[in-house]
Design a protein around this ligand. Structure first.
Ligand code: PMP
Length: 391
């Protein structure tokens, strides 16, 4: 099998698998004071350190969760409730209600749906989408104008890089605009983590997911700037300083830490993946004339290609390539038999036909040139089959 769908989930790294298995034998609760408890606690604290390093943050600010869907919900709900109750301790600002959520139109559904749900049930809180350019980057000029209008505190959510297109978002500028307006900033760094340097100091909240970088599924983190408005949403035991109760998922955390460490210790990984992806795009354009790579005018993660193949629908490509042992994904999703183009490509202003033809290929830690070649060969076979049928 040629697995070229790392942005959906990355295969488990050997280092992560080993850490998971080792942790399963510890048998202690990280909250217990005895030897087994202390051994378990050492594992969570070591992992916290590596995850913090991955994000450019302090270990003290890392909260482990069940994955980025929970992290995003925890950040949005925790910030809105926290702002109303405690305010911002470090800056000395007292409680100021968040009245506006500015969420980029290309966020993951775990951000978009949670923000919508929050706005629907919170009187005085409204949600506005920040538009993106045709190349898939958040329109900072539009955000600047949005921030100028209205009263009350704003919470902005913009991802570090988009999971469908790989487009890297202008976080430096967004952070500057947020600071000027005393707005809070949530960064979903799920796709970007390990594929570009992260700088937590640009934001107030950051979310991560272990399985996107070769760790286990069901393990993630939320990082909260010290003093940023935040109210715990899951109450119970005092785990994780009471910010997210529940006995820690020791094996998930151990695997997450090991995956973060592996990415950080492999200085050559990114360059290796970039050369596979760049070679893939060159071959794609040569082999399939008319192929369009989305977001090409923006800076993109060096592992992702999202392209339209003329005459083929994304769904059909995914199914046909799967039969050939080549695993990719499409930018469209099929629900109740109807194909809907991705909200990301639609937000970039692509027409339905082009967005529906989208194919996402994403490489990662165990990808090789053979994987890229297998995608091209399978696409060429499929294109010629389709052309023959049409003739
Ligand atoms: N954000 C982004 C950008 C994602 O791609 C995903 C996973 N598809 C999530 C959040 C949710 O992560 P998890 O699978 O860990 O819940």
């Amino acid at each position: 099998m040629y697995f070229c769908d790392h942005n959906a989930t990355a295969p488990l790294r050997p280092e992560s698998r080993e850490a998971v298995i080792r942790s399963l034998s510890i048998g202690g609760n990280p909250s217990s004071v005895h030897a087994a408890g202390r051994a378990a606690r050492a594992v969570t604290e070591d992992a916290r350190e590596w995850v913090a390093r991955l994000a450019g943050a302090n270990a003290d600010d890392v909260i482990f969760t069940s994955g980025a869907t929970e992290s995003n919900a925890l950040a949005l709900n925790g910030a809105v409730e926290g702002a109303a109750v405690t305010g911002d301790i470090v800056s000395g600002k007292g409680p100021v209600r968040i009245t506006r959520l500015f969420v980029s139109a290309i966020e993951h559904s775990s951000v978009l749906k949670t923000a919508q749900h929050l706005a629907d049930r919170s009187p005085g809180l409204r949600l506005d989408l920040i538009p993106v350019t045709a190349d898939g980057a958040v329109d900072t000029e539009a955000l600047r104008v949005m921030l100028r209008e209205g009263k009350g505190r704003t919470l902005i959510a913009v991802m570090a890089a988009n999971n469908e297109t790989g487009v890297i978002q202008p976080l430096g500028e967004i952070s500057r605009l947020a600071r000027e307006a005393s707005a809070l900033l949530l960064v979903d760094a799920v796709t970007a983590a390990g594929k570009m340097d992260l700088d937590f100091s640009l934001c107030d909240y950051m979310t991560l997911s272990a399985h996107k970088l070769g760790g286990p599924q069901g393990s993630g983190a939320l990082i909260v700037r010290e003093g940023a408005p935040f109210a715990a949403q899951i109450l119970g035991g005092g785990q994780q300083k009471g910010l997210r109760a529940g006995t820690e998922n020791l094996s998930g955390i151990a695997g997450f830490g090991a995956a973060a460490k592996a990415v950080l210790n492999d200085g050559e990984e990114r360059a290796r993946i970039a050369s596979i992806r760049d070679g893939f795009e060159k071959s794609l354009k040569a082999a399939i004339p008319g192929a369009v790579v989305f977001g090409e005018g923006s800076q993109r993660l060096s592992n992702t290609t999202n392209a339209a193949i003329p005459g083929l629908s994304g769904e059909n490509i995914v199914i046909a390539l799967d039969l050939d042992g080549v695993l990719v994904s499409s930018g469209s999703s099929c629900s109740s038999g109807k194909i809907t183009p991705s909200h990301v490509l639609s937000a970039m202003g692509l027409d339905e036909n082009l967005a529906g033809a989208s194919l996402r290929v994403s490489f990662g830690w165990n990808s090789s040139k053979e994987d890229a070649d297998a995608v091209i060969a399978a696409l060429v076979r499929l294109s010629s089959r389709v052309k023959m049928r049409a003739a």
